[in-house]
Write a protein that binds this ligand. Structure first.
Ligand SMILES: [Zn+2]
Length: 104
């Protein structure tokens, strides 16, 4: 059974801008956005990025797990499988992180 959106709402594939609340960037673009760089909002042109603390909360556990697996299963298929699963999970988690106004 398909989920229905409330009347007047459209399915939006874009993430909201913290400046203008408009369509800021696509999910694919957000997956490759980090806290070190700034991306211009496609609606207002102002810079948005991710917060370092949010980004590290996603990346650090994945890196620790990967280093742990590498220590016990170096050069094995287990390392490749765990790394692949972690990469997918990090991409999904990054989509959930809120965009913030860039300070630059
Ligand atoms: Zn904007």
């Amino acid at each position: 059974m398909a989920r229905r959106l409330p009347a007047g709402r459209k399915l939006n594939m874009f993430h909201r801008c913290p400046h203008c609340d408009g369509d800021c960037m696509s999910s694919l673009q957000k997956m490759f956005t980090g806290p070190a760089g700034s991306v211009s909002c496609r609606s207002c042109g102002k810079g948005v990025s991710l917060r370092w603390s949010h980004y590290l909360a996603v990346i650090l556990p994945a890196a620790i797990i990967l280093f742990g697996v590498n220590r016990f299963y170096p050069d094995s298929l287990v390392l490749v499988l765990v790394g692949s699963v972690l990469a997918v999970l990090v991409c999904i988690a990054q989509l959930l992180l809120p965009l913030v106004k860039d300070r630059i």
